[in-house]
Design a protein around this ligand. Structure first.
Ligand SMILES: Cc1cc2nc3c(=O)[nH]c(=O)nc-3n(C[C@H](O)[C@H](O)[C@H](O)COP(=O)(O)O)c2cc1C
Length: 316
């Protein structure tokens, strides 16, 4: 899959997932074959005003060969200023969030609110292109439950100069309910000439094959299916998994986070990540409780090291 002059090593990509797409998980997904990784959504304004928390989201490792930073906002000039900032230099692609359904974001005219304002959405893309990097857009198939405007919106984005688009097959009103509408994603694919990345409800290698066949999309984005499960990319792409057990993966995840962040940040963030790794494992609930009680990096690491729960093969 190509996005302008960038050639991705695979068409399976790891999604922006607020609170989870940290540098550790992105790095693991890339090592296991994700052809593109995204930061979680970062505020254009937060970057301009030097919000330390925002900058915390922008660490990367050399394993992430092609990487996108996802930005949200509604003011084209502010977004361009953020995109031209030093923190963005290491990113290959600027992705714009036009799909976030959260009320606080939508009421500011950001995220999925832009689906209702295609003229402003197009202006944002045109402005961001001045940062001289491919600009991509991630959006939902429509705003209201029964109004699907994604095809027209996709054409707008293409005409404004988007290098590729990602379509999550739900409307804003659906949030994460119901199932993603792959039929409608296929309509979007047929309507534009730029690469389309299909997104929604891919949890296995079989789902990946099905969504590709169903939609004809150039790429597939995976969010929830990769949480606590970066190995999904090894299964899909055939990239050998460099870890023998889930425990080794979790320890690497901790090590990468700890190399960039404070102890407290690492411990707090790893608690929810460990909960994902534990999902579906026998005895997982007990380990989840133990790590939730951890106050130091040593306590957290010891709980992981000593657990039998995570001694399962990374790839079954
Ligand atoms: C906890 C959570 C956080 C998310 N954060 C973001 C985000 O920061 N930016 C974004 O574009 N989408 C975000 N999403 C949406 C996902 O990227 C994706 O579009 C959605 O989960 C559907 O894909 P999936 O079925 O593979 O999970 C988030 C989803 C979840 C569940």
């Amino acid at each position: 899959m190509k996005i302008e002059s960038l050639t991705l090593s695979s068409d399976a990509v790891f999604a922006p997932v607020a609170g989870f797409s940290d540098v550790g998980l992105r790095s693991l997904c890339a090592r296991m074959g994700a052809g593109l990784t995204y930061t979680e959504m970062v505020s254009a304004k937060g970057l301009i005003y030097g919000n330390e928390h925002t900058e915390d989201l922008l660490h990367t490792t050399p394993f992430e060969k092609i990487k996108a930073v996802q930005i949200f906002g509604s003011e084209p000039q502010i977004m361009l200023k953020a995109a031209k900032g030093k923190e963005f230099e290491k990113f290959d692609i600027i992705d714009v969030n036009m799909g976030c359904p959260v009320k606080k974001i939508v009421s500011n005219g950001e995220g999925s609110a832009l689906l209702k304002n295609p003229a402003l959405a197009a202006e944002i893309v045109r402005e961001l292109r001045r940062a001289e990097k491919p600009v991509t857009v991630k959006f939902r198939i429509g705003f209201e439950k029964n109004s699907r405007t994604g095809v027209d919106f996709a054409r707008y984005m293409q005409d404004a100069g988007a290098a590729a688009i990602t379509v999550h097959g739900r409307t804003r009103e659906q949030f994460y309910e119901g199932s993603a509408d792959w039929d409608y994603i296929a309509e979007v694919v047929r309507a534009v000439n730029i690469p389309v990345i299909a997104n929604g409800d891919v949890f296995s290698e079989e789902d990946y094959k099905k969504i590709k066949a169903h939609t004809g999309a150039a790429g597939v984005m995976i969010a929830r299916g990769a949480l606590g499960n970066p190995q999904i990319f090894s299964r899909i792409t055939g990239t050998p998994c460099p870890f023998g057990t889930v425990k080794e993966i979790v320890l690497e995840h901790i090590a990468v986070l700890a190399s960039f962040h404070s102890e407290i940040y690492t411990v707090n963030n790893m608690k929810k990540q460990v909960a994902c790794y534990c999902k579906g494992l026998r005895g997982g609930k007990q380990l989840k409780l133990e790590t939730f009680g951890a106050r130091t990096l040593k306590e957290l690491t010891d709980a992981v090291k000593n657990s039998e729960v995570l001694e399962v093969p990374a790839i079954k």
